[in-house]
Design a protein around this ligand. Structure first.
Ligand SMILES: Nc1ncnc2c1ncn2[C@@H]1O[C@H](COP(=O)(O)OP(=O)(O)OP(=O)(O)O)[C@@H](O)[C@H]1O
Ligand SMILES: [Mg+2]
Length: 310
């Protein structure tokens, strides 16, 4: 089973408008589509699409927390959240007929340290049946940036691999706890190193540097330019197939879910990358965020090339 941890869950609401958005007026919404959101829940759906068992944990609170669980039931994602007092946030995406979208992201309400302690107990109990653990997204207000450090140490102390996918200060603060694998994009690798990294050579060097610090697998995802991976087996370059992108949002989350599956199945390292990339490219061909079809991924797998560069 793959255990996914999402601390900052949300109800993602897509508001479809019948006419263009006019600032400062009353707008009627044609259709409202609710989804269980938070990057780790995209990871959970990706694992299911790959055909492996998943369990989603993290925090859920109030009426929105209950709705979140209902939406996950609808998607067939098993879950075991720690109930918190503060209401789970909503993120609203206003979609106009032109395709333009405007997002309103609530910051997420405060979660207390006692809830993190409870989550640690929950994760600890679930670890014996977990093959791989993923930690995704931001940390809610009220918790210190060392929340992921604590969770990573806990997972590693029980000998389980842990993939971390986050950004900004949280990523910088968590890197020293040496997660088993990380999947920064180009912006995030620059945040970790505190310097711009541009060329493929520089990116490969940066990935090798982080691997040298003790992170077993460093995958830098580069959107349509594919990915670079540094691991014990060498440095690899993944070339993504040329596709007509429909919606690239959540491709990284899909990649993390498929990587966890590849690790669970003990595929060879370059095959783990190729599989994760093919699923992520398939995500770009699906209109709904963080969703893909396995038949599409299988077709793209044949067109995804991974080669050793060092
Ligand atoms: N335009 C594209 N064409 C083909 N494959 C793509 C494209 N964009 C992304 N991918 C695949 O998806 C992977 C992850 O994409 P990306 O680097 O954009 O992740 P990300 O920035 O973490 O995304 P997010 O955080 O929104 O989930 C890439 O390494 C690549 O394999
Ligand atoms: Mg990402």
């Amino acid at each position: 089973m793959i255990l996914t941890i999402t601390l900052n869950t949300s109800i993602d609401k897509a508001y479809r408008l019948a006419s263009p958005l006019v600032d400062g007026t009353v707008m009627r919404v044609e259709e409202c589509i609710d989804n269980a959101g938070g990057k780790g829940l995209n990871v959970s759906r990706s694992v299911l699409t790959c055909g492996e068992e998943v369990l989603a944990t993290g925090f859920a609170g109030g009426n929105n927390g209950r709705l979140l669980c209902e939406l996950l039931d609808r998607d067939g994602v098993p879950h075991d959240f720690v109930a918190v007092e503060s209401e789970t946030r909503c993120c609203i995406n206003v979609l106009e007929p032109s395709g333009r979208s405007t997002e309103f992201l609530e910051p997420g309400r405060k979660v207390g340290e006692e809830s993190l302690a409870e989550l640690e107990k929950r994760v600890s109990a679930l670890l014996s049946s977990a093959d791989v653990v993923t930690i995704s997204g931001s940390i809610p207000k009220g918790l210190s940036t060392n929340a992921y450090t604590r969770l990573i140490s806990l997972v590693k102390s029980q000998g389980k691999p842990c993939i971390l996918d986050t950004s900004g200060n949280t990523l910088v603060a968590s890197i020293d706890s040496l997660p088993t694998a990380i999947k920064p994009n180009a912006d995030e690798i620059a945040q970790i190193l505190g310097r711009e990294v541009g060329s493929i050579d520089e990116l490969a060097h940066a990935a090798r540097e982080l691997h040298g610090r003790g992170i077993e697998k460093v995958i830098v995802s580069l959107g349509g330019d594919g990915a670079i991976m540094a691991c014990a087996e060498g440095i690899f370059r993944g070339v993504a197939p040329k596709i007509e992108v429909v919606n690239p949002v959540g491709a990284g989350d899909t990649m993390v879910g498929a990587l966890a599956v590849g690790m669970k199945r003990r595929l060879e390292a370059p095959e783990q990358l190729r599989y994760a990339m093919a699923c992520a490219s398939a995500n770009c061909l699906s209109a709904s965020t963080g969703h893909f079809e396995m038949e599409v991924a299988e077709r793209l797998l044949e067109q995804t090339v991974v080669e050793r560069i060092a």
